[in-house]
Design a protein around this ligand. Structure first.
Ligand code: SF4
Ligand code: SF4
Length: 169
């Protein structure tokens, strides 16, 4: 029972806690022992995905667009039986970095049930998000911090690394 309560506690009011702990996360990301953290990430990543159901969240698909790189565009257009040019015209725009991104938010491929309508062919950015099992978590601290404000999985991993490393799962 106690362990069960501990399990729940970390995610209660997580948005508020994430906002409060941004400085702690930032300091941690600046000074972290890369090798030690990389060893911890696979377990924490798995643990977070066991506890958090993306289908009940979809914050990423609702508010941010992945980049649609050339291989993504080719694959998805083929899957949708569309010409690449038509696919681009219909769904994408160029962002300030010159990358193709969705031309609307939520993502046009997000279903009402939070399922992705092109899941098996989704962009590689979607496949990799939220990067909690990659060294990009340390290499791109600004992105990690931003992601921790809307993605409970990033929050969970940072919280376990930084604030309550000894808390039982
Ligand atoms: S924001 Fe994070 S927890 Fe929410 S759906 Fe995206 S990856 Fe999953
Ligand atoms: S392509 Fe699918 S997984 Fe990626 S943002 Fe859109 S709905 Fe989400």
């Amino acid at each position: 029972m106690y362990l069960y309560k501990m399990k729940q506690d970390i995610l209660i009011n997580w948005e508020k806690k994430s906002a409060e702990n941004q400085k702690k996360y930032a300091n941690f990301l600046k000074r972290a022992d890369k090798n030690k953290v990389l060893k911890q990430l696979p377990n924490l990543h798995e643990e977070a995905f066991e506890k958090i159901d993306c289908l009940e969240c979809a914050n990423c698909c609702r508010n941010f667009s992945p980049r649609f790189k050339t291989p993504d565009i080719k694959r998805i257009a083929k899957h949708l039986k569309m010409k690449e040019g038509t696919f681009i015209e219909t769904y994408l725009r160029l962002d300030e970095d010159g990358d193709y991104v969705a031309n609307s938010a939520p993502c046009p491929f997000l279903g009402e049930d939070n399922y992705c309508n092109i899941y098996d062919n989704r962009p590689s950015d979607c496949y990799r998000f939220p990067y909690t099992d990659e060294d990009i978590l340390l290499k791109r601290p600004a992105i990690t911090l931003k992601n921790s404000t809307f993605c409970p999985i990033v929050y969970y991993v940072l919280e376990k690394l930084v604030v309550s490393p000894n808390q039982s799962k």
